[in-house]
Design a protein around this ligand. Structure first.
Ligand code: ADP
Ligand code: ZN
Ligand code: ZN
Length: 715
């Protein structure tokens, strides 16, 4: 027996497998989709069995060992991997690895095993003496198995010696999702209409465009319940950890241990266990972040992607892929439905709904008759003339009012740290990262200047290194500074801060959310981590300190992102009985995205934005791909990038527009230079084929690296 094995090494040729012979005694274990250990040169490597044949054209070696008894990748996932690898111009082995939890990776050093616990069972009934021994026997009359660690070792030992009991091991899961179940909420009239429209939709993809707080999650829960009642499985994707805490609680309350949870804040062991629950068919629902889209189900009826516009669905490192694309492949295979939900869909998704490729389902009202909050825009150019740098009068008055009424406030500032940067007032010197071309951010708590790209940190200096002046001032705003100013102005107010710096410890994140939910704080200050999905009934005021941080990014999506952020964060206010208010401070008070977000008018924002996209040949009118050439040596890198640009222009001119490499695309991060060649195109098939050809061209060039980002989230 000969098998074709895809080994776990990075060879650029995408689907290159190697033939191995299977010794007679191992043949009965061989199945497609299991892993085996094989000799490879001087090393031993792990790989996936992709084919089983009679013989080979090569002189082959024997495999060393069979790793799995059951396939860890099923037929669907094996062929899905090939499609994803082709479409995204990435290596197949990397896609297979991305499908599995870390614990399954051969290169993973920490070995994670099934966790077992020892239980006592009864062998024969016999009279015993001693209080503890009698208790054990009595407990065994009520329960077949009891946990050994709950009883004194000596009593267990003497019962064992008398052969009255025996010890058995049983797999236990590190995460227990069972809890007191609550009945599923009955949908209101509007929600029920959406539910029916989704069920009756002719398209297999539905875009549920519902304002924040309209009950999209209630609709998901009802759809998922229907799916599992039909004996099928459901995948529910949520964008990121800040959201998962609350949504997972809701799912647990309704489905208990029928769900498995897969997201980044689980330990490797917990992830491994949750994955095993799926493999063993013990759960019907998976709730998780991006990679949960690869859950090894065999009979999917429904996939839901909540906050579908979120950039976290695109993995922006190797292997790049977009979970929405993966979802579409999976529902086609399973004949299932995909529901994309958002208050602010991506322009591409909404365009697909408008053109009838997706079914558009709209939910315009908040549930329980809660009103959408009143949004006020504050022109900071005017405020600054009055001497108000961080907070406008309106915002301060509103915060004070909420403190008096014992209601809560959320303040969004999209930059962590103390200030954006330190600058010498005399000569204009700014502190930059020596490894990256990026200004350092000042962190007051640690008195450090930090680079948010590479992690470089240096102590704050009191004297300008350029002119010797001592007047070094901080400019721009960060979460730390807002926190400090709020604490100074409102003595006694209880303030929480949520950003990467305060949430790095495991559990820190949910603690902040739970404390705020339990009214243990009056004001929550945070980066965009606090913007999405959270549901705090007592929040009646949301302030956006500086709405311009995103608007000023040189990115074709900056309007879209600004609209999304403002409308998401507004959605946090007044979700319950009390009315909500949102105050947006900006230096661009007449910006289209900001004004449209104020009026909660997504469609009219879309109608404006789509015109811009058309004029500039951006998605959804054209597809984009970003070919990033990087290297340590500046000259070699630019030379190779130019060579690549010219090659594309000459060879594929008929079906792609090639832009660059331009100086604008140059960046330096961690002492590596990056240049981009951007292509725009309509014909996906031709371009994917071309890019897969181009990918191998630089394979043997050790001085540069070519990274291809198909359908980039940002440029
Ligand atoms: P969305 O996902 O659209 O932001 P949610 O599903 O979170 O909206 O609903 C907002 C709030 O209203 C939640 O607290 C939710 O439990 C409640 N809610 C919405 N619909 C119903 C319903 N039909 N029955 C009971 N509560 C509901
Ligand atoms: Zn100076
Ligand atoms: Zn840096």
């Amino acid at each position: 027996m000969i098998i074709k094995v895809l080994v776990e090494i990075n060879i650029n040729k995408q689907e290159k497998t190697f033939d191995y012979n299977v010794p007679l005694d191992m043949q009965k274990y061989i199945k497609i989709g299991i892993r085996v250990k094989v000799p490879f040169g001087k090393q031993t490597l792990e790989g996936f069995v992709l084919e089983i044949n009679e013989n080979s054209d090569y002189k082959v070696k024997d495999i060393i060992k069979v790793v799995d008894f059951e396939p860890i990748l099923n037929k669907e996932l094996l062929s899905l991997g090939k499609v994803i690898a082709k479409e995204n111009v990435v290596n197949l082995i990397n896609v297979y690895q991305a499908m599995l939890p870390k614990a399954y990776k051969a290169s993973n050093k920490t070995s994670i095993n099934i966790k077992e616990e020892k239980y006592i069972t009864l062998v024969k009934e016999e009279e015993v003496k001693g209080k503890n021994q009698i208790k054990i026997i009595n407990d065994l009359k009520e329960n077949k198995m009891i946990l050994k660690s709950n009883y004194p070792d000596s009593s267990v030992k003497s019962l064992l010696e008398k052969n009255i009991i025996k010890i058995v091991s049983k797999e236990v899961y590190r995460l227990d999702n069972s809890c007191d179940l609550k009945p599923i909420n009955k949908l209101n009239e509007e929600q029920a209409r959406c539910f029916d429209e989704i069920n009756n939709s002719k398209n297999d993809v539905c875009l549920l465009n519902g304002v924040t707080g309209s009950g999209k999650t209630e609709i998901y829960i009802n759809l998922i319940n229907q799916t599992i009642n039909e004996g099928k499985e459901a995948i529910m994707l949520v964008p990121e950890i800040s959201l998962t805490t609350q949504i997972i609680e809701r799912f647990k309350r309704n489905f208990g241990d029928k769900i498995a949870i897969l997201h980044s804040s689980l330990s490797d062991g917990e992830r491994f266990d949750e994955y095993r629950k799926i493999l063993k068919g013990e759960v019907k629902i998976v709730v998780g972040a991006r990679s949960a889209i690869f859950a090894p189900f065999n009979n999917i009826g429904l996939i839901v992607i909540d906050e579908e516009h979120s950039s976290t669905y695109k993995q922006d490192h190797n292997p790049r892929y977009n979970a929405i694309d993966v979802a579409i492949h999976r529902i086609k295979y399973h004949n299932a439905k995909l529901v994309l939900g958002s208050a602010t869909p991506s322009i591409e998704s909404f365009a697909r709904a408008k053109t009838g490729h997706y079914t558009l389902v709209k939910l315009d009202k908040r549930a329980n008759n809660a009103k959408l909050p009143l949004v006020t825009i504050i022109d900071m150019q005017k405020e600054i003339k009055k001497g108000n740098k961080t907070f406008s009068n309106d915002l301060l008055l509103a915060i004070e009012d909420r403190l008096n009424k014992k209601e809560q406030t959320m303040l969004l500032i999209n930059k962590r740290g103390y200030s954006s940067y330190l600058m010498c007032e005399d000569c204009g010197y700014v502190y930059k990262c020596p490894n990256c071309d990026i200004t350092l951010t000042y962190h007051k708590t640690s008195e450090m200047n930090r680079c948010h790209y590479c992690g470089y940190a240096e102590n704050k200096m009191d004297i300008c290194p350029s002119c010797g002046s001592e007047s070094i001032k901080s400019f721009g705003l960060g979460t730390e500074k807002v926190e400090e100013e709020i604490k100074n102005r409102f003595k006694g107010a209880r303030v929480l801060r949520m950003d990467i710096d305060t949430t790095s410890r495991k559990g820190a994140h949910s603690k902040i959310i739970n404390d705020f939910y339990d009214n243990k704080a009056d004001i929550l200050i945070g980066t965009q981590m606090i913007a999405k999905g959270l549901d705090f009934p007592n929040v009646t005021l949301v302030g956006v300190i500086n709405a311009d941080t995103i608007l000023n990014l040189p990115d074709f999506r900056s309007n879209e992102k600004t609209y999304q952020l403002i409308s998401q964060v507004s959605g946090r206010a007044g979700r319950d009985k009390k009315a909500g208010k949102v105050i947006i401070q900006t230096y661009n008070a007449d910006n289209e995205a900001i004004v449209k977000a104020k009026n909660h008018d997504y469609e009219s924002f879309y109608n404006e934005e789509i015109k811009v996209r058309k004029k500039l040949n951006y998605p959804p009118y054209f597809f984009l791909a970003n070919l990033i050439v990087s290297g340590k040596d500046f000259k070699t890198t630019i030379k190779e990038a130019e060579k690549l640009g010219n090659y594309l222009r000459i060879k594929y001119n008929s079906f792609m527009m090639v832009l660059g490499p331009s100086v604008a695309s140059l960046s330096k991060i961690n002492n590596i230079y990056y240049f981009s060649v951007i292509i725009k195109y309509r014909n996906k098939e031709k371009v994917v084929k071309a890019l897969n050809e181009v990918k191998v061209l630089t394979e043997n060039n050790r001085q540069i690296k070519l990274d291809i980002d198909v359908n980039p989230i940002s440029l």
